[in-house]
Design a protein around this ligand. Sequence first.
Ligand SMILES: [Zn+2]
Length: 142
Amino acid sequence: MNGFRIGAGERERIYASTTDTYDEAADLDLIAIEYALNGEPVVLTTDERVYAARLLDARGLDAGAIAHRIGTAASTVRGWKANGWKRGGASKVAPPRSEPKCGEQRMYRRHLRRGESCDVCRAANSAADRRYRLTGSTKASA
Ligand SMILES: [Zn+2]
């Protein structure tokens, strides 16, 4: 039950284009987009999704309703919109973590995995162990 239909009651069909069926320049299948606009199951490319999302947004649908219709996440739709209806934009993906340095717990665990021995990390780890036994936390007190 998705319950939401544009122009509920009047069954108005939305057209991506009234003249073209294919946008050569942008490589968009306007027929496929039209299916998506009207809530019919269809597989779209990302560019077609962005195109459909822009049209639905222009009709006043919110990101959640648009996302449901084109089969993506609301956050993705908001990202496209924030990006001027281009793919990419605001990303949920966290930037890659920095490389661990010696003395950090992550580096100690990496040494262990690789069978390496490192005095700096071993000392840092046993200091953290001592802190943990004394204070219940591995974090150095401020
Ligand atoms: Zn180390």
